[in-house]
Design a binder for this molecule. Sequence first.
Ligand code: DC
Length: 225
Amino acid sequence: MINIAIDGPSGAGKSYLAREVSRRLGFIYVDTGAMYRAIGLYMLRNGIDPHITAQVVHALKKVSVTINYENGEQAVILNGENVNAFIRTPEVSMAASNVSAIPEVRAFLLSLQKDLAAASNVVMDGRDIGTVILPDADVKIFLCASPEARAKRRLVELLEKGTATTLEEVLADMEKRDENDRNRKIAPAVPAADAFILDNSDLDREGTVITALEMIAAKTGITAD
Ligand code: DC
């Protein structure tokens, strides 16, 4: 199977890039952030503080996370319920970031992620895909952009969804989450030694996709139709 790993900080456009690249190459898109979000959502719904490791680990026993594909879109199934509609709020983002720093949570999702990559040609996005989950991935791309560029894009997304917020709030949230994700002891969001670094601060979405497809073609010879 061909495995393409896309890692990077939040708001760099990993999901769009991974979804587009997988569509153009005919691969399956696996969004691992959505799995952490589902676990974060479970904790919030059940009154469990995502910072308190012992409580989260205990509650994890009652959690089941799986993935379905509905009309080509990944649906995250939390204890039998498709939770896609509930996992993109700022509260769930922060809860996901907090639970993702807990080793037991990462271990809980590891086999699901590895199994998906073993079964299909995938483009998988996350933070530790090239370093931990798929260290032998055929292509690794670390997608990044300046915090300001990322916050502006995230703001547009949130406003489109009707979430009332400001650039300052989004930037502050993003910097806090970056700090969390980059500096944690386990699986920090850092590039693999053999990753291509793609900084898209000055690229639009299509420019980012084209650059990534060039990197993939250079490494594997696979091109989009
Ligand atoms: O990519 P995202 O914003 O949907 O991810 C949500 C959170 O989950 C993010 O703060 C970091 C964490 N995460 C992770 O630790 N490892 C991954 N492979 C994917 C996401």
